[in-house]
Design a protein around this ligand. Structure first.
Ligand code: ZN
Length: 315
């Protein structure tokens, strides 16, 4: 059976999987991303590859999922917010080093493809994946195709406009979903609320989620506000794309029912119209099946079962 390695490079962590064609994960390893220096990060990625496969020449290839901007044509991870690399020609580096085909994709698109091949959306035809973590990203599958749009940036649901008079986003626009509902935004709002008896600096999105679940007054509006804005974006996205499933992943989504339950309620309330009544919010909105491994599994799946039109670069 064929095998591929999938690497997911984020600002803080590098995940590596060795995946079999049937979706079985043979090995999974997690490393810290070096803070700075494209060459240090390239070296860390090479080590991550050999940590899950001692003989990479036996592989069908290596798929890489990277946060931030990428150039698919040249296989270069360009840059991103909170990432330590700049113009990293990762596909060239890995093909030269390991002499197997390699492919680079945006991390959210890779995760969407992973969920479609082996996770929550594998029986669907058209799906939307949203990842809610430090930032908010997304990926669209339409009739078995990974949608990238004319410039490669389709699926950027984190930068859809949900609060025109809201805070400025890291992308420079104002009121993006990411600026009001990401883990970073929830953490910021939690700290600014300065709740009694809690050191504001200790508050994270997870603290807010737990406090909301426990009915603590200070957290109710903050969490509910984030959920509401995510629901707003998803209702619009659903009307635009008509997916048969919306998969919700990312670190903030690991709160489980604390997120998905009020999200389904808001989604149903906001979408009570004739377009949306065919499928209930609890059927449509589903948690990620692959969790933190979605990006790496999806990256390996880009090699083992590539989306139509996607081709790995050969050495
Ligand atoms: Zn933005």
């Amino acid at each position: 059976m064929k095998h591929a390695v999938g690497i997911d490079i984020g600002g803080t962590k590098i995940s590596a999987v060795l995946l079999r064609t049937d979706g079985q994960t043979i090995k999974y390893r997690l490393f810290s991303t070096p803070k700075h220096g494209t060459s240090a990060i390239t070296e860390a990625i090479s080590k991550a590859v050999t940590s899950v496969c001692e003989d990479p020449t036996s592989l069908s290839g290596i798929g890489i999922a990277a946060a931030g901007l990428i150039d698919r044509g040249s296989g270069t991870a360009i840059r991103g917010v909170n990432v330590g690399w700049e113009n990293m020609p990762i596909v060239t580096s890995l093909t030269n080093r390991f002499q197997v085909p390699c492919i680079l994709e945006n991390d959210c698109n890779a995760a969407a493809w992973g969920e479609y091949q082996f996770g929550a959306s594998k029986t669907s035809t058209s799906s939307l994946f949203i990842t809610i973590g430090t930032g908010i990203g997304g990926g669209i599958i339409d009739n078995g195709r990974l949608v990238i749009g004319h410039n490669g940036y389709a699926g950027e649901i984190g930068h859809t406009l949900v609060a025109p008079s809201g805070p400025t986003c890291k992308c420079g626009s104002r009121g993006c979903l990411e600026a009001v509902a990401s883990g970073t935004a929830i953490e910021r709002n939690g700290r600014n609320s300065n709740p009694d008896g809690i050191d504001p600096d200790s508050i994270t999105a997870n603290t807010v989620a737990q406090a909301y679940a426990g009915g603590e007054q200070w957290a109710l509006k903050i969490w509910a506000d984030a959920v509401y804005h995510i629901a707003l974006a998803l209702v619009s996205a659903r009307r635009l794309l008509s997916p048969d499933i919306i998969v919700v992943g990312g670190g903030v989504a690991e709160a489980g029912d604390v997120l998905i339950s009020p999200l389904r309620t808001d989604f149903a309330r906001l979408s009570s119209d004739s377009i949306s009544n065919s499928q209930s919010a609890s059927q449509l909105l589903q948690p990620s099946a692959l969790g933190a491994m979605a990006g790496a599994i999806g990256a390996a799946a880009l090699i083992l079962s590539p989306p139509p039109g996607f081709k790995a670069t050969h050495y």
